[in-house]
Design a protein around this ligand. Structure first.
Ligand SMILES: [Zn+2]
Length: 443
């Protein structure tokens, strides 16, 4: 059960409990609090909370209320612990009508900013071509690079907005977005600027990740080391513009080598920027241990990560970001080492990896469902993976649970029990999205 937090207002002797008929004292309290700086901005009553308090379990609080002020929770607990009538406590009182309420979802790994699409490759793969075959034949990431370079910043924004909006409208209030389809300074910068603009347009938090080392652009064919030099050289200017919250790379046979990845990470470390990695997706390249060696935020994909890699992640406190959308679309069969992650206490996040090639997935809830079906996560693990563990994978300690002091990002759901969040494939379950307490206009 969640800790009961006392509201920040004076207790007036003789004041009635909120559910009793208003008394003169309650009216007086309302008048007093009206003029006080400490009055809450909002209060949600008649809610059923999934607080995710503690390290396990949903942390359910029934007959609950949520209060917030200045964008942060000031109360998350049983409604009968409120010390005054809702109207006396808060400027705005909302009735959840029994809705379940969770923290806002956090999608900690996406590539939602891109132009074009790769539905043609989807058809090729269904006819037997592998992801690696397509990449080696000039398709794959490089084809999205061509389309993304050709798009103006506004066109790229217009193409990306519906995808980011779909994620938000299905419960995502914090969204990580990577570059990596520009692969030159101007186009990487354009992608990161579009990512920032998406956050402003949608009223959610966007964390930007520079993924210059995503693929080798055609003009650098045969000169991967020169390209890595260029990537490292762009980083200070992009950071100076406030466009880089983290640095990522694609360490894989069809991506960059461990030595090249290390050079990118060293450039990031010199600037104090945290790192993460597309690691061990198609083969064990030692990526998880490499990123852990830089105290990385996360190692992502991690299907082929070895025991030594898992142990290194545990020591570094790196999060394992599971991306079941790509696993599903590529019809992979090698599971991430889930038991080893559990045994070593490595937190597991779940993300959409929304991208045009391997994971055209526009719902984090659907990613949660795929994580349960393919990876055998429990629905509770999937929800923690899409909230508190995902926030940690972004280096954010101020969100992901319903608790006093955290950001008032929360979702009201039309569901009968929390496991339904991972149970339904699709559907429209959101009844309201709140960011910093404020209700966002969805759809
Ligand atoms: Zn990715």
């Amino acid at each position: 059960m969640a800790r009961v937090v006392m509201p920040a207002m004076p207790v007036i002797p003789g004041m009635a409990r909120w559910d009793a008929p208003p008394t003169a004292a309650a009216v007086m309290a309302a008048e007093v609090t009206d003029t006080m700086e400490t009055r809450w901005d909002g209060l949600l009553v008649n809610a059923r909370l999934v607080t995710l308090a503690g390290d396990a379990g949903y942390g359910v609080v029934e007959d609950a209320a949520l209060g917030w002020r200045d964008g942060r929770f000031v109360f998350a607990g049983r409604q009968d612990a409120l010390l005054a009538a809702p109207d006396a406590l808060a400027s705005e009182v909302l009735d959840a009508q029994g809705d379940w309420v969770t923290p806002g979802l956090v999608d900690c790994h996406t590539h939602v900013v891109f132009a074009g699409d790769r539905a043609g490759e989807f058809e090729q793969r269904l006819q037997g071509a592998s992801y690696e075959d397509i990449a080696r034949a000039g398709g794959g990431i490089v084809s999205t690079v061509r389309a993304t370079r050709a798009a103006s910043e506004d066109a790229l924004l217009a193409a990306s907005l519906p995808r980011a909006r779909a994620l938000r409208d299905d419960g995502v209030t914090t969204l990580e977005i990577k570059s990596g389809y520009g692969l030159d300074f101007d186009n990487e910068r354009k992608m990161l600027r579009v990512a920032r603009r998406l956050g402003e347009l949608l009223g959610i938090t966007v964390r930007t990740t520079f993924l210059g080392a995503h693929a080798l652009p055609p003009e650098y064919a045969g000169r991967a080391d020169d390209y890595i030099d260029a990537v490292c050289g762009w980083l200070p200017d992009l950071q100076a513009e406030g466009l880089v919250d983290a640095v990522d790379a694609f360490c894989e046979r069809i991506g960059f080598s461990a030595a090249q990845t290390q050079r990118v990470f060293e450039a990031a470390r010199a600037l104090g920027i945290p790192v993460k990695l597309h690691a061990d997706q198609l083969s064990d390249g030692g990526g998880a241990a490499l990123v852990a060696g830089f105290d990385g935020l996360s190692a992502d994909h991690v299907e082929y990560t070895s025991d030594a890699g898992v142990a290194a992640m545990a020591r570094a406190g790196s999060v394992a970001v599971l991306l079941p959308g790509a696993f599903h679309v590529l019809r992979e069969t090698t599971l991430p080492p889930l038991d080893a992650f559990r045994a070593h206490g490595v937190p597991m996040a779940v993300a959409t990896d929304c991208n045009p090639g391997t994971s055209p997935l526009q719902s984090l809830r659907l990613a949660m469902s795929l994580a349960c079906t393919h990876f055998r996560l429990t629905p509770e693990e999937a929800l923690r993976g899409a909230t508190v563990h995902a926030a940690r994978a972004l280096g954010l300690a101020d969100r992901g649970r319903l608790a006093e002091g955290l950001r008032a990002d929360f979702i009201r759901w039309r569901i009968g029990q929390p496991a339904q969040l991972a149970y339904w494939l699709g559907g429209d379950l959101v009844s309201a999205v709140h960011v910093g307490g404020r209700a966002v206009d969805t759809r």
